[in-house]
Design a protein around this ligand. Sequence first.
Ligand code: KG4
Ligand code: ZN
Length: 355
Amino acid sequence: MRVLGIETSCDETGVAVYDTTLGLLADALHSQVAMHQEYGGVVPELASRDHVRRVVPLTERVLREAGLGLADLHGIAYTQGPGLAGALLVGASVATSLAYALGIPAVGVHHLEGHLLSPLLGQPRPAFPFVALLVSGGHSQLFDVGGVGRYRLLGDTLDDAAGEAFDKTSKLLGLPYPGGPALAHLAERGTPGAVKLPRPMLASGDLDFSFSGLKTAVLTLARREAGAATPDSLPEARKADIALEFQNAIVDVLVAKAFAALDETGRQRLVVAGGVGANRELRARLLRIAASRGCEVFFPDVSLCTDNGAMIALVGALRLADAKASDYAFAVRPRWELTTVSAATVDSENPARGA
Ligand code: KG4
Ligand code: ZN
């Protein structure tokens, strides 16, 4: 079974073809980063218009690369939410109308379910059940995952998500958007221990996160050091010290809570997904500790940590078996809790092949 996946929830147009027997056949992405950079963040109207321009050429490209025609597709999956309403509508309308024209099912997919299951695109593939640490621009959550669509929330952020904290801190230091990669890059040149920042909620005794205080701590520190000037005018070397300590603080908290979640649930496998999952320090630290504790950690390929069409095509394939005969009506869901998605009836031993 071959499924086309279309992702347009934010500032990346992602299109991919996933085959339940052969795996990922083609995957193409257009990032709008350069377009939004001059505004310091995503401008929703510009994002929607750019998705309109990109989605059809990217679809043609992945089909060409996979050596397929439209008639070879068995279903089309699109990101139904959460995300920017206008951006979501582009993917939803293109996917649904194409599916209607081809007489095949259209499946609306939860964006975070895409992230959460994206490690299933790699090898070795994690078996259910597992604990998932989902760290993206909008979410910092821990889930106990029993199977496709069986997600129990263990911990959540009380304010800013990890990626959001990276982005905001990066902005106040005058680094380019998107902040996560820029800050992580600068951190490589920092001196360990040169500055000290708090580890929010490290000893809270639960699995929740809070990162807005960390961003404020950076602002207070940078303002004090900059004096009459603005924080972004600090010397590059000092910014690097702050970036390193900031990254260490976030990683310390994420790692501690992820392993606490494994302890609490008795699971042996940890899956890490979402944009912050691309962070090298986070990956290295989790792997090191997992090895010493005898448990396993699974990550998507770095290129599949941030938004992409492959994860949407994968979830579409897993859920196609449950897709009802469609009347091709669609509605997007800009706000949508992952715990409210339905459980799928796929074979949990061999999820990517379906029941
Ligand atoms: O999952 P994602 O692509 O979008 C959402 O669904 O939110 O995640 C984007 C987030 C951004 O906040 C970005 O700054 C962060 O992931 N990010 C990183 C890194 N790469 C991306 N944060 C830290 N280190 C990185 N290497
Ligand atoms: Zn995302």
